[in-house]
Design a protein around this ligand. Structure first.
Ligand code: ZN
Length: 403
């Protein structure tokens, strides 16, 4: 018959032998009801005590520290003549320090509460709570079903200030569902190691990516039928990088006071025209006069954005990008010239954006904001493996508060 241990702690097959309470800590000694052979279930067994285990259970009333103490036995079976260690049904693995019921409660609360707050409340170590979640995520994302995936996006994200390659992660996502398929260390083709086996089940038709990286060769080799698309988000991102480059170059020619002014304006330059406050627009107008190259580059960035607002199909896009490139090549700004070359070289991939129904724009921006949020939570830098698992989980996390 189930006891209070079963209803409150999910413990069965054991009964209470003794309970002691001291210093806000309840210790319940457990005894197994019946010993059986784990293999053939025979009751004809001889026991050998191995050692005592201490497993934390759920708090009871106001007592936060509830410990279950029991002796683990080795069983010799007279029926099947095998020696084995008894299975303990209320823990998830032989070395678990917390009961299943307690772990499950922590995982449920973890959706709403930070690791630190949980650890403080339950008198656990930060590391213990993190490891419980990590194990859960490892299990959850051990296999990812990609059989229905048709379109993926590849992105590099900057996660820290470490060594050049270690400061990046490469993420492959399903553009339709938003699910994360692969998180690779570093950037470049080596970061796709392990991605091929995950993607082999899918019928890939489209890959959206950055124009500046080497992934297109890798995808062309392994998925020759897939169309490479350089989408809105990535074209504008590269243009913003060019604009930033011009700003830095112009800055190099200024004295320190002028440099400070311009540095403070960095984010104005990267903003879209309609998002800039009115007073900042005046500063921008003056700057444009003072710094011809910077002004020109800014106008070209806006012109590029307007192509995406106005153009209706791949044919019109083709004409618009050619015109943009021609005008950019006529300027004296080297960054605009190289941007024009990149656009001409990748024009098919850029205009495919219209052929394939505006690939991925909004979801990439939204996901990158979630990544920034995850980095701000800062737990990534202590355990990269855990941080990567949290990226897999990101599509289902509500990022409005600190967790
Ligand atoms: Zn047996």
């Amino acid at each position: 018959m189930p006891t209070y241990l079963y209803y409150t702690q999910g413990i069965h097959d054991f009964q209470e032998e003794a309970a002691t309470y001291s210093e806000e800590r309840l210790e319940i000694r457990l005894k197994r009801k019946k010993h059986r052979c784990p293999k053939c279930k025979s009751k004809d067994v001889t026991l050998r005590a191995l050692y005592e285990r201490d497993v934390r259970g759920l708090p009871m009333g106001r007592i936060r520290e509830v410990h279950f103490i029991y002796t683990l036995h080795q069983v010799y079976c007279h029926c099947c003549h095998q020696r084995s260690i008894e299975h303990v049904p209320f823990i998830s693995h032989p070395k678990a320090r917390l009961s299943n019921e307690f772990e499950r409660t922590i995982l449920e609360l973890r959706e709403q509460i930070s690791i630190r707050a949980l650890a403080n409340y339950f008198h656990l170590r930060w590391h213990t709570v993190k490891e419980i979640e990590k194990r859960y995520l490892q299990h959850k994302f051990a296999t990812i079903d990609t059989s229905k995936v048709k379109a993926v996006g590849v992105d590099e994200i900057h996660i820290g200030h470490g060594q050049a390659n270690r400061a990046f992660l490469t993420i492959v996502r399903d553009l339709e569902s938003g699910a994360v398929i692969h998180v690779g260390n570093g950037k470049g083709v080596s970061a796709l190691e392990g991605a091929l086996s995950k993607l082999s089940a899918c019928k890939l038709q489209l890959v959206a990516m950055d124009m500046a990286n080497a992934y297109s060769t890798w995808f062309a080799e392994h998925f020759p039928q897939a169309q490479i698309v350089f989408d809105h988000f990535h074209v504008i991102k590269l243009m913003n990088d060019k604009l930033d480059h011009v700003r830095r170059r112009v800055m190099g020619r200024l004295d320190s006071i002028q440099q400070k002014q311009l540095k403070g304006l960095r984010f104005i330059f990267l903003k879209n025209n309609e998002d800039i406050p009115e007073n900042a627009k005046n500063i921008l107008r003056n700057l444009r006069g003072n710094f011809q190259e910077l002004g020109d580059t800014y106008m070209f960035k806006e012109a590029l954005r307007s192509i995406y607002r106005v153009v209706q199909n791949a044919y019109q896009a083709n004409i618009a990008f050619h015109r943009w490139c021609k005008l950019a090549e006529e300027t004296l700004v080297p960054e605009l010239k190289t941007m024009a070359k990149t656009i001409r070289d990748r024009l098919e991939g850029i205009t495919s954006y219209w052929t394939f129904g505006h690939a991925s724009n909004a979801s990439t921006v939204g996901f990158n904001n979630k990544i920034r949020w995850l980095i701000r939570q800062a737990y990534g830098f202590r355990d990269l493996e855990y941080f990567k698992l949290k990226i897999y989980q990101l599509p289902e996390i509500n990022c409005e508060k600190s967790l």
